[in-house]
Write a protein of this length. Structure first.
Length: 386
């Protein structure tokens, strides 16, 4: 089965109880048992729910994997994977990563005795140098958020020794454009809130693997800690994921046109998009990804005030956190998604006060470009106080 077929068929056979063609929302917390200890595989919905089971089968198949565990958010999925570590263990982490992941690692899990080293993982020597005797996990985000730097997944996997695992947050690329497990990773994590759900109407996360022991450990923590999605959210996510292939083709098409427009504009200082030949890792992008995704970051000429003024003048790009929905969004990472990272760290990572991040939606690309053009023209450098 090819990708688009799996998205619509895997885990989604007719309902055995009624024949319903679409997987029902099993809005139940518990299941009536035939006799004490005799049930039909379902006992309590934190542990197992048929709607969630269908979503897990669908998402595992999209990563060509054996197993998936769905969570109430991307952060809950991330936390469950980090539950695989114990006090005293160390992880090597992509330095340019989602601010909430940084917050979980640095402000929460470090209090539980886990150690983290943040490195520029696009530099494989830096990754090698960060490894310690107690290193148990490599946390890769690629493309990174918001700088859209790439990490060579296969090269990091080549450094791994038995007892260590490589985890890839594949939220930005999606399984449609990047297959981390095929490149050697052990676990893939997604915020399904983003492209997989695809309509900005549900929060969710998933951890996917083909390693049975890792799956069982993640499943154990899914049930023990309890960060599971309700059946309604599982169902919405599954519905969104059915059209992932169609949507990703449009997102990438529009993002390429938007990135090229911005790169050619005199008011734009820098554009970050893996699909541009000017991207420093364009060759790696072509090798590792089958498309370049829908995220574009850029820096406008001028002070922060200009970027902030520009951002609220757009008509079709809503000023909002998040990404990956059919509608276009713009955000100012330094003040929004990455506000929890100390100023100095942000500057070092390139998350400067003039940086803007676009989640390019699937509207008509000409309308999006006209909108950007209008907002730039309405914010001339000369009128902005320095
Ligand atoms: C790359 C990435 N990973 C993880 C997350 C966390 O996901 P959630 O918001 O669903 O908890 C996000 C959210 O923005 C993200 O962008």
């Amino acid at each position: 089965m090819k990708f688009a077929t799996k998205a619509i068929h895997v885990g989604q056979g007719a309902d055995p109880a009624t024949g319903a063609t679409i997987v029902p929302i099993y809005q139940t917390s518990t299941y009536t048992q035939d006799r004490v200890g005799e049930h039909r595989g379902y006992d309590y919905s934190r542990t197992i729910n048929p709607t969630r089971v269908a979503l897990e089968a669908q998402l595992a198949s999209l990563e060509s994997a054996e197993y998936a565990s769905a969570f109430a958010s991307g952060m809950a999925a991330t936390a469950a994977v980090l539950n695989l570590l114990s006090a005293g263990d160390h992880a090597v982490v992509t330095d340019d990563l989602y601010g909430g992941t940084y917050r979980l690692f640095s402000k929460v899990l470090s209090r539980y005795g886990l150690e983290f080293t943040y490195v520029d993982m696009s530099d494989i020597d830096a990754v090698r140098a960060a490894i310690r005797p107690n290193t148990k996990l490599f946390w890769i985000e690629t493309p990174t958020n918001p700088m859209l730097k790439l990490v060579d997944i296969a090269a990091v996997c080549a450094l791994r020794v038995p007892g260590q695992i490589v985890v890839v947050d594949n939220t930005f690329a999606t399984p449609y454009f990047q297959a981390p497990l095929a490149l050697g990773a052990d676990v893939v994590v997604h915020s399904t809130t983003k492209y997989i759900g695809g309509h900005s109407d549900v929060i969710g996360g998933v951890a996917i693997t083909s390693n049975k022991a890792l799956h069982e450990a993640i499943k154990f923590h899914q049930n023990a800690v309890g960060g599971v999605p309700g059946p309604n959210d599982a169902w919405l996510t599954m519905r969104g994921a059915k059209t992932l292939a169609l949507r990703m083709r449009e997102h990438a098409h529009n993002a390429q046109l938007v990135a090229e427009f911005l790169e050619g504009h005199e008011s734009v200082k820098r554009v970050f998009y893996p699909g541009l030949a000017s991207h420093p890792q364009h060759e790696l992008a072509k090798r590792q990804m089958s498309g370049f995704g829908g995220m574009v970051s850029f820096v406008l000429e001028g002070p922060e005030a200009r970027a902030l003024d520009f951002a609220h003048r757009l008509e079709y790009f809503s000023l909002a956190e998040s990404l990956g929905g059919v509608e276009s969004l713009i955000c100012h990472p330094a003040r929004m998604t990455h506000g929890s990272i100390p100023h100095e760290d942000r500057q070092r990572r390139g998350v400067t006060d003039g940086l803007l991040r676009l989640s390019v939606g699937i509207e008509d690309a000409n309308d999006l470009i006209d909108d950007l053009q209008r907002a730039i023209a309405a914010t001339p450098l000369s009128t902005v106080p320095a």
